[in-house]
Ligand binder design. Structure first.
Ligand code: ATP
Ligand code: MG
Length: 444
């Protein structure tokens, strides 16, 4: 079969280069589907698989996104197979005419397809159990299996996954596109298979995330650069900004829990501390609201919120955490001025003279809600989320945040960029951060 160019793609990938595989096995991912290229569907399967394969200890070297077109699928999978020892393909395994992954990949590898009676009876049983009667002819395509392939049971759907292994050790797995099915098959079947095949060569990496908020990425990078950290070949660092702040992800080679790995991460984190201390928050789930909740709890304090431009976002995030009634009493979404007056006691004269987006109104909202809810802390937030409503003095993105604690009030003006959703998200985060920093200044 040496003369066949298709089989060559398969064998080429399998052949060890220079007498042996590099120590760290490489993986690649091909996501198949026109909807991914049209931008209708986000390729979450690709990111999920990348994460899983990395966590297993593979080095994910590349991802392809291709349409439901045989030529493109062939090119993508062919390139993937010449790049990596493990190739995961997701999408296009179903029964409809646009599902072309299976025959295309089988063709690429020079493998014939044969009806698998066991898979077929499984499909028939599933179809009947759901009350649809006799399995339609088209659906039988899902029971066609390439010669030598291993069938990966799909307990959540119809089309099974398939694992194709070359003699040289390359593994190509085909998975359905439906995320829940793809994930189920990967966890139940693919992960154990890959662990068994590559066990000794897998090199997992361990991550630690340091969460910061209230400082832009560039300034945080400058703070870190000022530390002039000694080169550390064992730990690498990435800046990951989003609307809520910047995460610093530290990565060390080795299994999570290995003493050496922990030590390396601890050392790196300690060195970073002077740059990040003023901005960081600690949270298991990566949410500032969790961190704030803990800070309130250990100080026996309670919070009430008065939200205008964030429309209840802070209350939502505080109550995302179970047990939050111990420290979060409740909030008022005071969007219209009459509600600010009636429910929070904001003076109509202030609203008239200073405007709804002003220091005075934010402060009155904070102290009003704290008093009315009997909370030790009150947060008030009012701003111009946009897209309309901005003026020269108060452009879109202007947000006033106020905090009332034990009768004392502090407030701050922020100018946020981005569309309405961004302004709201940033505003909620900044308000919670204001209270967290204030609490951190007091002994628990
Ligand atoms: P099935 O065997 O269940 O028919 P399939 O392999 O044919 O699955 P597709 O038809 O490609 O899968 O996709 C099914 C659904 O899964 C679609 O709603 C699609 O948007 C979603 N999906 C497909 N690929 C991805 C992806 N890479 N990331 C996220 N969602 C995806
Ligand atoms: Mg599809």
């Amino acid at each position: 079969m040496g003369g066949s160019p298709r089989a060559g793609a398969w064998r080429g990938a399998a052949a060890p280069v220079g007498g042996g595989f590099p120590p760290h096995p490489r993986a690649a991912i091909v996501s198949v589907g026109d909807e991914l290229l049209l931008g209708e569907t986000v390729d979450t399967n690709g990111t999920w698989l990348a994460r899983q394969l990395s966590d297993l200890g593979f080095r994910v070297v590349r991802r392809w996104v291709v349409g439901d077109v045989p030529g493109e699928i062939r090119k993508g999978v062919g390139e993937a197979l010449s790049t990596a020892e493990v190739v995961a393909v997701t999408g296009g395994l179903g029964p409809t005419p646009d599902d072309l992954t299976l025959p295309t990949v089988a063709g690429l590898l020079g493998l014939g397809l044969a009806l698998d009676t066991e898979v077929l009876s499984g499909l028939e049983a599933r179809f009947q159990a759901r009350g649809f009667g006799v399995l339609p002819e088209e659906a039988k395509a899902m029971a066609r299996v390439p010669e030598g392939a291993r069938v990966l049971a799909n307990t959540r759907g119809s089309a099974p996954g398939l694992a194709l292994e070359s003699g040289g050790g390359t593994v190509c797995v085909l998975l359905p596109g439906v995320p829940a099915e793809m994930k189920g098959i990967f966890r139940d079947e693919v992960a154990p298979l890959l662990r068994a095949r590559f066990s000794s060569r897998l090199e997992p990496v361990s991550h630690r995330v340091i969460h910061t908020t209230g400082i832009p990425e560039s300034l945080l990078a400058r703070e870190v650069a000022r530390l002039e950290l000694p080169a550390d070949p064992t730990v690498s660092m990435a800046f990951l900004p989003d609307l809520r702040g910047v995460r610093l992800r530290l990565t060390a080679r080795g299994r999570p829990g290995d003493p050496g790995v922990q030590e390396a991460l601890d050392r790196f984190e300690e060195r970073l501390e002077p740059a990040v201390a003023r901005f960081r928050y600690r949270s298991q789930v990566g949410d500032l609201a969790e961190s704030l909740g803990q800070a309130l709890l250990i100080r026996n304090q309670t919070l009430a919120t008065a939200e205008s431009c964030t429309g209840g976002l802070i209350a939502k995030r505080m109550t995302d955490h179970p047990g939050s009634s111990r420290y979060f009493l409740g909030g008022v979404v005071a969007y219209a001025n009459p509600v600010k007056e009636a429910l929070l006691g904001v003076d109509p004269v202030l609203l008239e003279e200073k405007g709804a987006v002003s220091r005075e109104v934010a402060e009155a909202m904070a102290s009003g809600v704290a008093a009315r809810f009997g909370a030790s802390a009150g947060l008030g937030i009012t701003g111009v989320a946009g897209p309309g409503g901005g003026t020269e003095l108060k452009p879109v993105g202007t947000v006033w945040i106020a905090l009332s604690v034990g009768g004392a009030v502090v407030s701050r003006r922020e100018f946020f960029t981005g569309p309405r959703e961004d302004v709201r998200e940033r505003g909620a985060q900044a308000a919670m951060a204001l209270l967290l920093r204030e609490l951190e200044g007091t002994e628990p």
